[in-house]
Design a protein around this ligand. Structure first.
Ligand SMILES: [Zn+2]
Length: 240
């Protein structure tokens, strides 16, 4: 519970155990299990992204070795492959949900000509919330907030926020910019809608010296295994 040099690696996962679709952002179930077992063995304790923000930028105490796991978009493999493993270790994670697409396919990818993936529905999201997972904002339709007008951006953030409130019964605390896209207007809107912090897709570790609305993450990709995990958490951030 010491206050000095608080920093938290915020791991960014997308898909777990979905080897046939969009391979770059998919981690196999066996790699995921090895990564979680390895981090658990090192003494890390999982905290949510809201707890990370409150602990790094506020006065809320964090465990001695905090680690935050985030999942973007809510792919079905999360329930099937990732959650059972996290349950074994008693770890909770944070899920960023684009509210328009719950229970559907990730239709925002359609114009990229990639195969589509199934997203979890309201029941699963509600269940995760009940079990202590953090359900957090990711806009309504999964848009590039930096490429649309401020009015549309506000609508996206407002709809996404109220959509999550409808599922979990209160406003979400944290936010993730889809595609890592943001500008000054976007950041102001995220603050306006009551979010205490937001994360990007930039590489790095959450630190007190950083901006709580531009928190970098540690991206975990297909080929990472344990060696890649070590590189991305402890070596890559030192390279700037
Ligand atoms: Zn996303």
């Amino acid at each position: 519970m010491k206050k000095k040099s608080i920093s938290v690696p915020v791991l960014m996962y997308h898909k777990v155990g979905e080897p046939t679709v969009n391979k770059v952002l998919n981690v196999s179930e066996s790699d995921f299990r090895r990564q979680i077992r390895f981090l658990h063995g090192l003494g890390y304790e999982a905290v949510t992204f809201a707890e990370t923000v409150a602990g790094v930028y506020g006065d809320t105490p964090l465990p001695k070795k905090p680690l935050c796991l985030t999942f973007d978009d809510g792919y079905q493999g999360l329930m099937k492959h990732a959650k059972p493993i996290l349950d074994e270790f008693g770890w909770k994670a944070t899920l960023f949900i684009p509210t328009k697409w719950t229970g559907q396919m990730n239709y925002w990818c359609q114009h990229h000509e990639k195969p589509l993936s199934q997203l979890i529905g309201l029941d699963d999201i509600g269940e995760l919330h009940k079990q202590g997972w953090e359900i957090a904002g990711h806009t309504h339709s999964h848009v590039h907030l930096d490429r649309i007008g401020i009015e549309e951006a506000e609508k996206e953030i407002a709809f996404g926020t109220s959509g999550i409130k409808g599922i979990i019964g209160r406003a979400p605390l944290t936010f993730c910019y889809p595609y890592g896209g943001f500008n000054q207007d976007t950041i102001a809107l995220v603050k306006k809608y009551g979010y205490i912090g937001a994360c990007t897709t930039k590489s790095g570790i959450a630190k007190k010296t950083g901006d709580p609305y531009l928190i970098p993450r540690v991206k975990i990709a297909t080929r990472d295994g344990i060696a890649g995990l070590i590189y991305r958490i402890w070596i890559r951030p030192l390279l700037g």
